[in-house]
Design a binder for this molecule. Structure first.
Ligand code: GLN
Length: 280
């Protein structure tokens, strides 16, 4: 048994080959950091650092799972969003960087200082918690139809010590009867026959968080149509959607009576979210 095979560098090189995919080196570093508690930069600074046999075994087991497709976020049990470390599990969607564009758009709206906000289909709580972290005066509600997602969002709120009222509700169905200044949502928006559903991380995420009928718009249709009954005059609806759904979503927003309807782009410069205001 030759010691050199247990250096960080040797383990990372082997793992990078085994993992393949889009970002094998990054994935390997994240997994090794998880196992050792060491930072990713330390692997560069001290490539010859030796791991114990049990650390190496643990790392190689995770690499094996990653190589067979399991999302890094599920293996780490955590994903960062808006600089917040969020717990994730198989009950819901893994937060994506592009959803930060929705948070940014929401924070840029003209809203009351003590705005009342709801995040529909909150999953990990990502959007709601990002807003709560930026706007301590806002009253932030979040709901999800999946009870284990609600538990996860509540746990994330506790761990981050952020105020969030989370409840089980399928869209507006079981919300307290009141109006909001802002409704945000990253609902399912993938068409049921989309080939992306058999590729990458989405294979390990629940269909309930991804798929919305034949054109992917079933849930946005419901949310947009009902939003006027739940928005204060001057309140905003902001939803994330697919890169090719901008026209369709703008039509749904306008049909519901929303004004100032506008689509914005994500980090990859693709249409990703649409906003609209309820004139009252
Ligand atoms: N953006 C995700 C993806 O394409 C889908 C998220 C969603 O349906 N809300 O993988």
């Amino acid at each position: 048994m030759s010691e050199p095979s247990l250096t960080c560098d040797a383990l990372l090189r082997r793992a990078t080959v085994a993992i393949a995919g889009d970002s094998p080196r990054l994935d390997a570093e994240l997994l090794l950091s998880h196992v050792t508690g060491l930072s990713r930069t330390s692997f560069r600074a001290w490539p010859d650092r030796l791991l114990t046999a049990s650390e190496a075994r643990c790392f190689e087991a995770l690499v094996g799972q990653r190589a067979s497709g399991h999302p890094v976020a599920h293996l780490l049990g955590e994903q960062e969003f808006w600089s917040l470390p969020l717990k994730v599990n198989a009950a819901t969607l893994i937060p994506r960087p592009d959803t930060e564009c929705l948070v940014e758009a929401a924070l840029g709206l003209d809203l009351p200082a003590d705005a009342c906000v709801v995040d529909l289909g909150t999953g990990t709580g990502a959007i709601a918690l990002a807003l709560a972290s930026e706007k301590p005066q806002w009253q932030v509600f979040a709901c999800d139809a999946v009870p284990s997602a609600v538990e996860l969002a509540a746990e994330n709120a506790r761990r981050l010590d952020l105020p969030l009222t989370v409840m089980v509700s399928h869209w507006f169905d079981s919300l307290p009867s009141r109006r909001f200044d802002l409704i945000v949502s990253n609902p399912p928006y993938i068409a049921c026959d989309d080939h992306h559903l058999s590729e990458g991380d989405v294979r390990f995420e629940p269909a309930s968080a991804l798929v919305a009928g034949e054109d992917g718009l079933d849930d946005i249709r419901v949310i947009a149509a009902a939003s006027p009954q739940w928005l204060n005059p001057g309140g905003w609806l902001v939803v994330e959607h697919g890169y090719d759904q901008g026209v369709g979503v703008r039509e749904l927003f306008r049909a519901a009576g929303l004004v100032a309807v506008e689509t914005r782009r994500d980090y990859g410069d693709r249409d990703r979210l649409t906003l609209g205001r309820w004139p009252g």
